[in-house]
Design a protein around this ligand. Sequence first.
Ligand SMILES: [Zn+2]
Length: 542
Amino acid sequence: MTLTFYGAAHEVTGSCMLLKACGKNIVIDCGMEQGKDIFENQELSLPAGEIDCVLLTHAHIDHSGKIPMFFAQGFRGEVYSTEATHMLCDIMLRDSAHIQEFEAEWRSRKAKRAGGQPYVPLYTMDDAIGAVELFRSCPYNSVIDIADGIKIRFNDAGHLLGSASIEVWVTEDEGTEKIVFSGDIGNIEQPIINDPSYVDEADYVVVESTYGDRSHGERPDYINNLTQVIQRTFDRGGSLIIPSFAVGRTQEMLYFLREIKERGLVKGHDGFRVYVDSPLAVEATTIFSRDVSRPCFDKDTLALIDAGINPLSFDGLKLSVTSDDSKAINFDKSCKVIISASGMCEAGRIRHHLKHNLWKAENTVLFVGYQSVGTLGRSLVEGAPEVKLFGEVIKVNAEIAQLAAISGHADNEGLMRWMSSFKKAPKKVFVEHGDEGACEALASRINEELHFSAYAPYSGDCWDLSQGVCLVKNDGVRIEKTGDKYVLHGGRSCERITPAFSRLKAALGSLSEIVEQNREGANKDLAKLTDQILELCKKWRR
Ligand SMILES: [Zn+2]
């Protein structure tokens, strides 16, 4: 039984792990890398067609975004997730495919003009639709047999609608090992959804560490802070532009705005309009209104629903789906709120709204979520005096504000609280899904304060869980060049990998595993293997 780490190792995005157990190949999360790529990730050491199933913690693209790519490369196993995650992936993976296709087309046009080769998308709409058909919805808190010797259970992680930590029990000849994958752990007292639930037993734990080195501080009064930003912007005659993640954060904003409107907190601008300008956000909002979402809701939200109030709707709310709807917003000269995606301003309609509004001093751009290094959102938050949008230089005259510490992630105390729920020390705690400082800091705290043995793996690290030993240990390989800023969602390339090439890359992965395992091998064997590899290189070098 082995566990290998591929993505989100000393990084925040691109979550992907491979559990080989009971003769099955089980992938836990397969996310896209987003924002700046800091460490080189190793390729999965087997062809996608040999993956038996995927266990998916939640719908965010940095956890789910490569499932259609695996489908394109021949994966036809099951994807186990909660019901709400399944519903959200249905819209999010199609949206991601649309972005991949759009971007490949744009790059192809550019390449053609320069006499280069056309680009093919990482995956297509058909791949996304095919991938969603592989999903199997699972309820929270039920033990499910997924293969001989393998059981799983989803627990509410309180991070996003449908998000889960996954418990996995594996029984092989040597006995049973229980591995817990935290997924992204939610912040406490978030609007709409439940607080994270806790697990009290595990042999091995994989824990996220997005905020492993930071505290959110005291919980801010979101309603009051948002009211103040709206009031001062409207009093200047401006509009409030909120770049927001379409799924999760947008619905939280609507939840706050409903209350602000109901309590009449913004003075002198009665009936102001709120535009949600993102087809994905509009679709996601409807999923929040379906029955599948009910198990994810907290007491306050359920109380509103049971009183016949839609917690995400109010007078003056305008949902814009078509691009004509979107363009029409520019002609509304009143003071208004525009919520649009993407949350880090890297893609989507928000870029049009920024182009139209950033240069006007009366407006405010309000950031309501984490901004990764290297994104347009991050440059604005860091005070860039001008930015480039659609090839045009735009001066930043608008107020740039941030809604303090609104986070869907547990902070370092929340992560420690989640870890301290384990009654007995796990054999090993793997700390992933955090920037270098964050994952190392959390691993140290777990070691020092809880006396659990913890470490932060790099991509390619592999553990034998039956023996509790590390088989492959890597040093992180830093990527010097950050690449093209316009490579969105897909990480480093839009190029589609054919199934045959994917098998070849996987074979290379197996070869490096063998090389690592032979670190202590006899000189004679090492020389023989070296000669054979060099022979192969000589034969195939072009
Ligand atoms: Zn997430």
